[in-house]
Design a protein around this ligand. Sequence first.
Ligand code: GLC
Ligand code: GLC
Length: 643
Amino acid sequence: MNLELESKRSLERILHSLDLSKMAKRDQKLFIRRLHEKFPQLFVLLFEIYGHRYDFFFYLQSVIQTLADAHTKRSRKLKDKDQARLNDPHWYQHENMLGMACYVDLFAGDLKGLKDKIPYLVETGVTYLHLMPLYDSPKGDSDGGYAVSNYRQVNTTLGNNKDLESLANTLAEAGISLVLDFVFNHTSDEHPWALAAKAGDIDYSEYYYMFDDKHIPDQYEQHLREIFPQIRRGNFSWDDDSSKWVWTTFNNFQWDLNYTNPAVFNAITDEMLYLANLGCEALRLDALAFIWKEMGTNCENQDKAHKLIQAFNCCLQIAAPAVVFKSEAIVHPDEVLKYIDKDECQLSYNPLLMALIWNTLATRNTHLLTESMHKSFAISPDCAWVNYVRCHDDIGWTFDDAVAQNLGVKGQDHRQFLNQFYTGRFEGSFATGVAFAENPSNGDCRVCGSLASLAGLEQGINTDNDTLINHAIARILMVHSIILSIGGIPLLYSGDELALLNDYSYEQDDSKKHDGRWVHRIPVTDAVIAQSNTLNTPQHQVTTGLQQRIAIRKQHSLFGQAGTRILNSDNPAIFAFERYTDEGKKLIAICSFSEHRQVISSTYLGLDNGQVWHDLLTDFVKTSAANSINLQPYQVMWLTQLD
Ligand code: GLC
Ligand code: GLC
């Protein structure tokens, strides 16, 4: 079949009956132009997924009407934003960018309270704010909001839709881009679609994967991993109401959507555009690796998952092009890279950097980090990493075993060591963390804990040991320096800038005690902010140290749109990289992962070019004569050449 010809024909037919009567005339022209540009791509993608169905054209036509209707409802302000972003497509690579992720309730009580905290965000330098899922969700355990019962309704404990829109506006005025979750792998079992399925509605039963018995689930199960084995074995749950087995990758109450059904693609597109029209500028694609299931595979990172995401992105670019996608793929590093593309996800979490930062803090050896990052930073210049050290989730050790093997590190054994180290079971470890999702069959687990506790501050304070405290502070600042300088958007996890320690109160809460991730989901009270303003507290040192680094980042374009090259150093405790521009400007970052003083020779890092280099963080100057550099424990240098 000639897809190009069929695409042209389909578009002609669709345009013939497309209802644009409610769309302003001037928007119609632009909309039609974008449709013409993007339709051929969308057609091919959807044809590959749904083209075998007799009703393909019906769904195609209806999704285009959905795009038109959503664009009609889009506010003038957001339409202007669409144009502005198209004129500046690399906005997220700017040195001014600084992200923060927070729970509305833990950070500010509710959406109104969050508005009052905008000055704090501005003072911190935040330009990108990810609000953890704030939609209607089941009472009690809702997986921190990742079980959505209604995408169009704000959880009443946080406010209402008007509050959210008004917040989005105020954030935009303060220069902060709002980022929302697009939880599209599953809905909660209380979503109207799920309720209809429970009641036996045939159409809605096809929105999910529902089975009369375990025969087919068991066949799938042979190749699947278990995400939360501590709460339920396997990937399917029995639903009493419908008397069916339901695919639930995560919790029992999170029902996986069935994307083999085009009605699901269309319905979710509608929900996505509703979120886009609230004024968010990025959507975080939650659990995107899981959206396509294919018998006989592990049902992660399937080719059609990529096609679906590209199709969603096409829809956005037609109806709301100011919005970009951010990938949340916490999978093998090679698979993470496959989601990063300007037509798929322009942004992506960098879980490999995150995991290897923690790995290297434990081992004090940078080889695995250096080797792994060589490959990671070769992403498309149109895209950007979102670099983070902690987030609301656990830490999984997702490095590439083959890369580790080449360095003489055995993947499985090493993961066990890291789990022991970060749960404090390894003698001499500085970390205080909690084991998460322990799998009784294979002994696997992951790690939870706040950044400060994992970095040693909790132990230092509990044992009243100044050396441990100082090392912890230095670690916290060093790891943040990496995400602030290595290229992409640095993303702080709210509370880490205040060095908050683990909060064990979740153990007393029935809806939380089975989920150790709550240990690092901590209220940011006025009291802890005040503590960070109190001179000589560790919190104060972390906050001011971070402020200094953020301010420097924002002043130098080399932290923004510039290339990243990972350097090999002659000292295994040192991680180094350079940022460079086509005009020959350079910044060399040197980071020590050791609590002892270290020396490196400048020949290794290209610092012996006869020039004078100076550190942006201290008043250190490296003259052309000096052929080595000394570093204090966990010191970072950002070396540039004076103009
Ligand atoms: C994502 C979220 C995590 C959640 C899961 C299921 O990975 O980050 O918190 O449990 O998806 O939605
Ligand atoms: C797994 C999943 C990830 C999820 C996490 C939650 O790592 O790959 O998507 O966020 O589990 O614990």
